[in-house]
Ligand binder design. Sequence first.
Ligand code: HSE
Length: 442
Amino acid sequence: MAFKIGLLGLGTVGTGTVQILRDPVQRHPLVNDLEIYRVGVRSPAKARAVDLPAHLITTDLDAIVTDPAVDIVVEVIGGLEPARSLILKAIAHGKHVVTANKAAIARYGAEIFTAAEQAGVYVLLEAAVGGGIPVIEPLKQSLCANRLHTVTGIINGTTNYILTRMQNEGGDFADILADAQRLGYAEADPTADVDGLDAADKIAILASLAFGGRIKLSEVHCEGIRQVSAADIAYADKLGFVIKLLAVAKRDARSLLDESAQLQVRVHPTLVPKSHPLASVNDVNNAILIEGDPIGQVMFFGPGAGAGPTASAVVADILNIAAILKVERGSAARSDGTPLLDPLLACSHQDYYAIAPIAALVTRFYARFLTGDFPGVIGKLGTCFGNHDVSLESIVQTGLRDGLAEIVVVTHHVREGNFRTALDEIRAMESVSQIASTLRVL
Ligand code: HSE
């Protein structure tokens, strides 16, 4: 039996979600059990990137969240209202909810999760922070054995794009913001991004999960990047730093066991040492560094926005709920007494894949040879590689080692079997003393 999805919103994320759900090939088999049952939009006549049957589309979003047939409501309309009211109504009607709405969760999380708790439904929000980066589920599940003390994130792609360009081009904030708006990297009204408000919503959510308590958004210290100048970036660079908009949630490590310990939750431009793992997170990418005991440091990196990445997180949440529903419904129906396992946690495949032999690999190679230092040696190497279809990207003689010429070769992409056959012939050449090393090149 399919699980019926009521999708609220068919903008960027909604469209990405529909595209995944309608193309299940090579995804988890549970995707086949999901049915797009209703899609709520504001303007049904609008041209869309996905072509859905007209009977699925409605402007009556209330009817979706109250429809007894809907199992999971997916809220991707964004903004505060009517998103908040629709989520609450869906919960009141016993629907599980998946949302990408960081603004609503950061402000109304207490109200929404209290209602969900009472109704016995899940509200999942992987897409709300870090777009396609899995960070909510790791905080809830994979890292739950840890005593976490710090979450440090680059969690706003727009500001990271602007700061990266300021760093690379030496330009001023206002000019690069204007260009970013022209190119579609920044919104016409950039306030939520450049003033740090979007990052504040997201770090409030991460802090709440990492430390297991509610966060009042008004208490999150928030500074944006408008005051960061080209001069600051240039000085920081000389001193060995890059400037990043960091969102930080921190519990003093010494007071980890003290329940009254206060948190720091803040967003501000920060000088980051170039050697720090967050320093190389550039352009629109996001990353979240989580620190705790005993894990130490773990960093999640990837695309923080966009249709595909955000929809990837939305569909993962839908599948998590569908897996729970499947177990609930399946175990009741099972006649042989064998419990039905959660299809996302259990191993659900039996067939072996054929693995390609290494000789069939197509890659680049590095090789270092020690040879006699006389005329024609490099020519012989080149000819031998050429005879076996191994094209060389570069060949250099780096000098002498122990009286032998040291020749280093990097190939283009070649078939490993051909490269090995050429090496066997080269090894047998009188002028070649040793193939000192061979390595694959990415
Ligand atoms: N406006 C956000 C950003 C993307 O620039 O990262 C959605 O969260």
